[in-house]
Each structure stands twice: as C-alpha cells, then as structure tokens.
Design a protein. Structure first.
Length: 114
C-alpha cells in the first residue's frame, strides 16, 4: 500500500497512491493509514484523488480508519474522483465525513503559496 504523508499546520495530509481500495487491499490500507496517523495530530485529511475504484470493503476500511482515529480526532476526505464520490453519496457516507472538493479547500491556509 503506497501512502505519502505530510504535516500541514494542525493536520496530517495522507495521499493514497493507489488506483483501487477494494477487498484485496482493504486490510493493508487500514493498517498503513493507522501507522501513518499514529501519534499524529487529531485531524487527518485523506486525499483520494488517485483512487478511481472503492468497493464496500474499501468503504469499510475508510470507516475503520475513522474509528481508529477516535472521538478526539477527525478524518476528512478530499479530491474524491467521480466514481469514489458516487460511492460516498449513494451510501450517504457523505453525511458522516467532511468531504473537500480540493486540497485547497481542505487546507485554505496554503492558498496563494507557491
């Protein structure tokens, strides 16, 4: 599972560098994100801009990550591709997660920085 993470102010920005989160990788995804977010800030922004396919196992893994972060933390999503966005809307998980259209809307303080 390829992830890239970077601290941005009060949040950890994690880019998922995979095209699919499905049953074949869901457990590895959950563990990799948990390792990246361990001992980090309470706010985690998961960037799914490179993920074009998410099945129910992948959705379950994202929900599990939210639970692993705990009640004091917050998992937000950004850059959802149309296919992934559709999964979140059809399952009404868009009401559970804060979903940002872009990296700039997730981190407005970085706008205008070259």
């Amino acid at each position: 599972m390829k992830l890239q993470s970077q601290l941005r102010g009060d949040a950890l920005h994690i880019v998922v560098d995979e095209d699919r989160i499905d049953s074949a990788v869901a457990i590895r995804f959950k563990e990799a994100v948990r390792e990246q977010a361990a001992d980090g800030p309470g706010r985690v922004v998961l960037d799914l801009g490179r993920v074009d396919f998410l099945d129910s196992s992948g959705l379950g893994a994202v929900v599990s990550v939210m639970k692993l972060i705990g009640p004091g933390g917050k998992l937000e999503l950004c850059n959802l591709t149309p296919n992934v966005d559709k999964v979140f809307r059809l399952t009404r998980m868009d009401r559970v997660f804060t979903i940002h259209d872009s990296l700039d809307s997730a981190f407005p303080e970085r706008q205008g920085i070259a």
